[in-house]
Ligand binder design. Structure first.
Ligand code: TRP
Length: 333
């Protein structure tokens, strides 16, 4: 029996953080046995909003690959590949741009939010506006049917399926499969400052490569409940980042529930819950950091993993492109 194909990707704009871990790396680890999994180092997509810093995009390729391997992605089970070295994805993107309108791209909620967040206005880079078509190329290029993404990315899968239906209709056959977004139950992890999005550029992230001191400092600075002044005061757990992270990473749910109750009643200091979280995060990140440092001493190995994965991915995506050209009945020499 063939396994369902799963594709995930990360823009290579910096090392990954614990938000990536909770949001998707963990489910990728769980699915690498039951699925045929591809992990895309999305350096081409990273350029769509980082064109002025190609150096960062290049450097981050190895960083993200190291993060994948350090958390336990096994290259014998999962294929790690580099987007810019898969020309069929660029060719598919160009084809798909004919099956989508500018109005539809502008209406895409992911794009709309990002235009607002980045203050692009009408000066949005055309590549950025069109990245939903490129992401449709990624997904269909691998013939992925399962795409684990954060909730904010769900509209991209919807738009992918619209393109798939239009292409299939014109081709008069089901040449491309539709895909299903898998949204992690945990939801998106906020930044340590309580802002909705954890990001390296926002300075509110904890990297998977964080040192013990960096973890401790992040926990110390973490947003709790500004109204919780004395230990005896009742405190709020909603919007309290320490509890949000304990919910995400502390496996002792009964104890976390008891702590929440005590915190809400009053009589539990921030120091106590922060010490607990520090312990949980040190235990989570410690082994990842050590494994990452070990791998970083052998960049040749990491490069080989990417090279071999990209080779496999190249064959797969070229195959899809060929099938599509044939199904559409385009001229071939
Ligand atoms: N857009 C994703 C992000 O910003 C990265 C990505 C690129 C991706 N191609 C993909 C995710 C294909 C899933 C499938 O993180």
């Amino acid at each position: 029996m063939t396994k369902p194909v799963i594709l995930t990707g990360d823009r290579t704009t910096g090392p990954l953080h614990i938000g990536h871990y909770a949001g998707s790396l963990k489910s990728r680890l769980e699915m690498q046995d039951s699925h045929e999994q591809f992990l895309l180092l999305a350096d081409t997509q990273a350029l769509t909003d980082n064109a002025n810093d190609p150096d960062k995009v290049r450097r981050s390729v190895l960083e993200v690959a190291l993060d994948y391997l350090a958390v336990g992605i096994d290259p014998a089970k999962s294929t790690i590949c580099l987007q810019s070295h898969l020309p069929a994805l660029a060719e598919l993107s160009m084809l798909y741009l004919n099956f989508v309108t500018v109005a539809r791209l502008e209406r895409n909620p992911t794009i709309k939010d990002e235009i607002r967040a980045r203050g692009f206005g009408r000066d949005i880079p055309a590549g950025f506006l069109c990245y939903p078509a490129a992401q449709a190329a990624d997904i269909t290029g691998f013939r992925a049917t399962v795409v684990p993404v954060g909730e904010d990315q769900a509209p991209l899968i919807e738009q992918t399926n619209e393109i798939v239906r239009r292409v299939n209709a014109v081709a008069g056959q089901s040449v491309l499969p539709e895909a299903r977004a898998v949204i992690p139950k945990a939801g998106r992890l906020p930044g340590i400052d309580g802002k909705a999005k954890m990001s390296k550029s926002g300075g509110n992230a904890i990297a998977l490569s964080a040192s013990p001191d960096q973890i401790a400092a992040a926990v110390r600075a973490m947003f709790t409940d500004p109204g919780h002044l004395r230990v005896s005061d009742p405190g709020r757990v909603e919007g309290n980042v320490v509890f949000t992270y304990l919910d995400a990473f502390d496996e002792d749910h009964t104890e976390v529930a008891a702590l929440k109750e005590q915190y809400q009643r009053g009589g539990l200091g921030d120091g106590v819950i922060k010490r607990r979280l520090d312990g949980v995060l040190q235990a989570l990140i410690g082994p990842i950091r050590d494994r990452r440092a070990e791998l970083a001493r052998d960049p040749g190995y990491v490069l080989d993993v990417i090279r071999q994965g990209t080779e496999v991915a190249r064959a797969r995506t070229q195959d899809t492109h060929r099938a599509l050209v044939q199904a559409l009945g385009l001229f071939r020499l």
